[in-house]
Design a protein around this ligand. Structure first.
Ligand SMILES: Nc1ncnc2c1ncn2[C@@H]1O[C@H](COP(=O)(O)OP(=O)(O)OP(=O)(O)O)[C@@H](O)[C@H]1O
Ligand SMILES: [Mg+2]
Length: 268
């Protein structure tokens, strides 16, 4: 579904993405892992149109989508969520969901005057859709709560909910589990699997929690220093020497630095 070819993105002298090439198969839940600063979020930002790449290409179902703005990608069914949730804090959960669909007739003042019926019907459809999403995610108890009052995990669930308000094809989730308690993480994981199985969503998710990645993702792509280091099942990448080295990277680079005493077993 998604093909990334030799993608580069630099910020001044920092090569955040440096020649990344990868594929995301239709129907998969693909994991994207790698140490802090590996370029995972930047890769998402380039794929989802937030940043133009320095060079390289991105294809969606064979169509070159490199550098298209987010709203055009959204219309093609390519959606993303953010590492830090982007909710409208002074709107309720239901209202947040109702904000998502593009081109609602009620957004044009002229339509409100000339086609009040059409506006009302469209709004009722959107509300119905929002209520379906609320039910799907089992968050009915907070439907009328202001989004700003939700817990970190509930905000992540709301981000996932926003992707369900339109017909998404492929959804990029950036650390959907960060700061989320175990119970809620299981709910989020179950919702992702359900969306994948029942609605055919393809997912690519960045996550640091390897247990979550192992449960959810096949394949798992490992990024380090801006490019793809390895790909395989979760077990394969966990056993890959280069991957282990990349995660220990800073430690290995500084292997001559004396280790602090009393860390291992307190025997110093
Ligand atoms: N807007 C920006 N301006 C300058 N440098 C940036 C910008 N965004 C990212 N970087 C740098 O690019 C590199 C890759 O960052 P990125 O956020 O993509 O990593 P990541 O793999 O998502 O890390 P993490 O796991 O910590 O979220 C880092 O060195 C980061 O400091
Ligand atoms: Mg990141």
């Amino acid at each position: 579904m998604i093909v990334v070819e030799n993608l580069h993105k630099s910020f001044g002298g920092i090569h955040a993405v440096a020649g990344a090439s990868l594929k995301i198969e239709t129907g998969s839940i693909t994991g994207l892992i790698g140490p802090n600063g590996a370029g995972k979020t930047t890769l998402f930002n380039v794929i989802a149109g937030a940043h133009a790449p320095t060079s390289g290409s991105v294809y969606l179902d064979g169509e070159d989508i490199t550098g298209l703005p987010p709203h055009e990608l959204f219309a093609k069914g390519l959606l993303r969520t953010f590492q830090i949730a982007h909710e409208f804090s002074t709107l309720t959960v239901r209202e947040n969901l109702m904000m998502v669909p593009a081109d609602q007739p009620g957004e044009s003042l002229i339509n409100v005057w000339l086609k009040p019926e059409a506006v009302r019907n469209a709004e009722m459809d959107v509300r119905k859709k929002a209520d379906e999403v609320i039910e799907f995610l089992e968050i009915s108890h907070v439907a009328d709560e202001l989004a700003g009052n939700l817990s970190g995990g509930q905000k992540k669930l709301l981000e996932l909910g926003r992707t369900m308000m339109v017909d998404a094809k492929v959804v990029f989730l950036d650390e959907v589990g960060a700061g989320v308690n175990r119970t809620l993480l299981k709910t989020i994981g179950d919702s992702i699997i359900k969306l994948n199985k029942e609605r055919g969503y393809t997912f690519c998710l960045i996550e640091h929690d390897m247990e979550f990645i192992s449960r959810m993702c096949d394949p798992v792509i490992v990024m380090a220093e801006g490019s793809v280091l390895a790909e395989g099942t979760a077990d394969e990448v966990k056993a890959n020497e280069e991957v282990i080295e990349a995660y220990l990277g800073t430690g290995l680079k500084n292997k001559d630095t004396p280790k602090p005493v009393a860390v291992a077993g307190g025997q110093a």
